[in-house]
Design a protein around this ligand. Structure first.
Ligand code: WT7
Length: 658
């Protein structure tokens, strides 16, 4: 077991004791839970009936043909004969009750502008937007790309797609024009929804400008809808006649009534791109009934959302966390959701806590990297505000180290609030391993147990469960409703990435260990995917961008541990003879190049120009060695190196730059 895991098992007992008084606000379906392990398919069907308003309730639960090489989807269907609409579940069913004028979204822009949308407001806006999309030729099954700041229109656009059965593909506003272009082309979207720009740390993110650049090479896009976020004068936003339309103008002319289209449970809901082990992001396809069942149920179990709660998940809608736990899960539960557009340190480092105080946030969900950043800034920023409204804290994106856990627990939660450490992935759609607060005893640093209806195991190379305390591959042994159904346009890759290693079982690509008490401890990725500040960055994707630069001959990217971000990308490159005279500037230039090609999230922390990359005799780049060098560890066995002298050069080079 890893050192960090052991340390926290010795955790002082008062932590656990002080939580004994913590009470859930919502009841748990204990009777149902008891039967989950016996018959997961039956369990999920009952959950689906309980948490969802069906137009036609399903009688079927799971149909399962394990994905295998050469076979084509559908491999899995959940609730196949059920009919429903996600927007109806997130809006219409609440509008029929006292929640009609309840705040659905409390939004604050970075400059301090605010908007509150009630469920009734959302009802009208989403229907208008759905009609607007229809007027632009969008119908069931068509793809719509959404490239927006974190503003209510993002949720409205997503729900409008869901209402008419269009498939949304949200692209994070921090991504570059090229990343946007590739995602639009892969999904073949016909409509792009963007904004003039957004605010980030007082600066403008020029979304429309990026979009225009991307659209030069996106023949599928026929219409662009531009939200006026107001970051620049509208005269400064070039609008292409016939193609570009202002959101507010189309919306005013759109009818306010647009009935929900009844969709089959397995109709697609969205595509979301995520990094994998190749140069190309994978479009994860999520469908309707299973996804909504998964996110709605887990939101209840893990976040215990009740009507009196004010819930804030700090994620952007561009990530799966934003899809599942900013938009769909909380709204399906009729919650009040806080949304904040900007940076946590704008105008000062207390902005998040100012928001918690201002809106009386009760449930707060963020990432360990953010907590570590706040920890470094110091607790005085939290102490400036009354954050005593908080009653439950969440963590997601990477393992939360004990120091960060303790700081979060003590300074943010006032030692009153359980921390739910939630493990899941873009592919899983919903939380898989997490405590159920008020029921699960916490071990700081552990995501605790798989939720009811899931079977997680830790396997060795051969596929046998490893003994308690030993490291292995985290595998999910049975299908679950919110699982990704395929990779858009590349079903074989779906089979190979997730289902081929242990046939019929889902490979998570995470390492884990299970302790004597059955608690799961997540230990990071086992593939070439980095976790940078909770975001997935593919080393292959970075490498393929770097070698596109005219000066670069070869590139190898590794993840170096970082106290705040968890990991940061470090690039090693060799430079072409013809570009040798550019050496002094090349590092900065390549960092900038990556930022432009992918986005700032992928920007390498360091770029090292080396004479040669260390390779095995068979020509494979020795990444482990590069990692050891970057983290200053004693070098392991280098006898397989083709040219051991390379290592000495590398070490010298690395030291020279420190
Ligand atoms: C990868 C998935 C799930 C939404 C955010 C990221 C890591 C996620 C945890 C956690 C340890 C975690 C895993 C996983 N991860 N949550 N609580 N403890 N690791 O979604 O971008 O699809 O990334 O994030 O390595 O595989 P994603």
């Amino acid at each position: 077991m890893e050192e960090s895991a052991r340390t926290v098992l010795d955790f002082s007992s008062d932590v656990v004791i002080s939580l004994h008084s913590w009470q859930r606000r919502t009841p748990l379906p204990e009777e149902l839970f008891e039967r989950a392990a016996l018959d997961p398919a039956e369990f999920w069907l009952r959950v689906a009936h309980q948490v969802i308003e069906w137009i036609e309730p399903p009688t079927q639960s799971l149909q399962w043909n394990p994905p295998s090489s050469g076979s084509l989807p559908p491999w899995v269907a959940w609730f196949a004969d059920g009919k429903l609409n996600v927007a109806q579940n997130c809006i219409d069913r609440h509008v029929r009750t006292w929640r009609r004028n309840k705040a659905a979204i409390i939004w604050e822009g970075e400059p301090g502008d605010t908007r509150v949308l009630t469920y009734y407001d959302l009802y009208r806006e989403v229907q208008r937007c759905a009609n607007m999309l229809r007027s632009l030729g969008v119908s069931k099954g068509d793809r719509v790309t959404i490239y927006l700041p974190l503003i209510p229109e993002a949720a409205i656009a997503m729900l409008a797609c869901a209402r008419i059965g269009a498939v949304h593909s949200v692209v994070f506003g921090g991504f570059s024009a090229e990343a946007l272009r590739d995602r639009i082309n892969d999904s073949q979207s016909t409509v792009l929804i963007t904004a003039d720009g957004g605010w980030r740390r007082g600066a403008i993110v020029p979304l429309k400008r990026n979009a225009d650049e991307a659209l030069r090479q996106c023949p599928s896009v026929r219409h662009v809808v531009v939200v006026q976020r107001g970051v620049m004068e509208s005269d400064n936003v070039p609008m292409q006649e016939g193609r570009d339309h202002w959101w507010h103008q189309l919306m005013t002319h759109s009818d306010v009534t647009c009935p929900c289209v009844p969709l089959s449970s397995e109709d697609p809901l969205f595509i979301l791109y995520t990094s994998g082990t190749t140069g190309k992001p994978k479009g994860q396809l999520h469908t309707t009934g299973g996804y909504l069942t998964g996110v709605t149920a887990t939101t209840q179990w893990v976040f215990d959302i009740a009507d009196e709660d004010v819930y804030w998940c700090t994620a952007d809608v561009g990530w799966i966390t934003g899809h599942s736990y900013v938009v769909y899960g909380p709204l399906a539960n009729g919650a009040t959701v806080v949304m904040y557009e900007g940076a946590p340190d704008y105008p000062d480092r207390d902005r998040w806590w100012a928001l918690v105080e201002k809106y009386g946030v009760t449930i707060f969900y963020t990432a360990p990297t953010a907590i570590r950043t706040m920890m470094r800034w110091g607790e005085e920023y939290v102490q400036r505000h009354d954050v005593s409204s908080l009653r439950l804290l969440g963590s997601v994106g990477e393992p939360i180290n004990p120091e960060a856990w303790m700081w979060y627990f003590t300074h943010v939660g006032g030692r009153r609030c359980p921390i739910v450490d939630t493990w899941w992935q873009t592919e899983t759609g919903a939380i898989v391993i997490a405590p159920i607060p008020g029921r699960t005893a916490l071990k700081p640093g552990s995501a605790t147990f798989p939720l009811p209806g899931y079977r997680a195991v830790v396997l060795d190379e051969a596929g046998s469960p490893v003994p308690a305390g030993e490291r292995g591959y985290l595998v999910l042994e049975q299908p679950w409703p919110s699982m990704s159904r395929t990779i858009w346009g590349d079903p074989e890759r779906y089979v190979q990435t997730y289902w081929a290693r242990y046939p019929g079982k889902y490979l998570t690509s995470d390492a884990a260990t299970c302790d004597q008490d059955g608690y799961f401890w997540l230990l990071g990725r086992t593939d070439d995917v980095l976790n940078v500040a909770g975001h997935r960055i593919s080393t292959m994707e970075l490498e393929s961008v770097l070698v596109e630069h005219p000066a670069v001959a070869e590139a190898a990217v590794i993840g170096r541990s970082d106290a705040i971000k968890g990991q940061v990308p470090v690039a090693f490159v060799t430079v072409r003879e013809s570009h040798r005279n550019e050496l002094p500037e090349i590092g900065e230039e390549l960092k900038q190049y990556v930022t432009e090609r992918i986005g700032a999230v992928a920007r390498p922390a360091e770029v090292h120009v080396v004479v040669e990359l260390p390779k095995t005799r068979s020509g494979k780049i020795m990444r482990r060695l590069l990692r050891d060098i970057a983290e200053g560890r004693v070098l392991g066995d280098t006898t397989t190196l083709a040219d051991p002298a390379v290592v000495e050069q590398l070490k010298e080079k690395y030291r020279g730059e420190e």
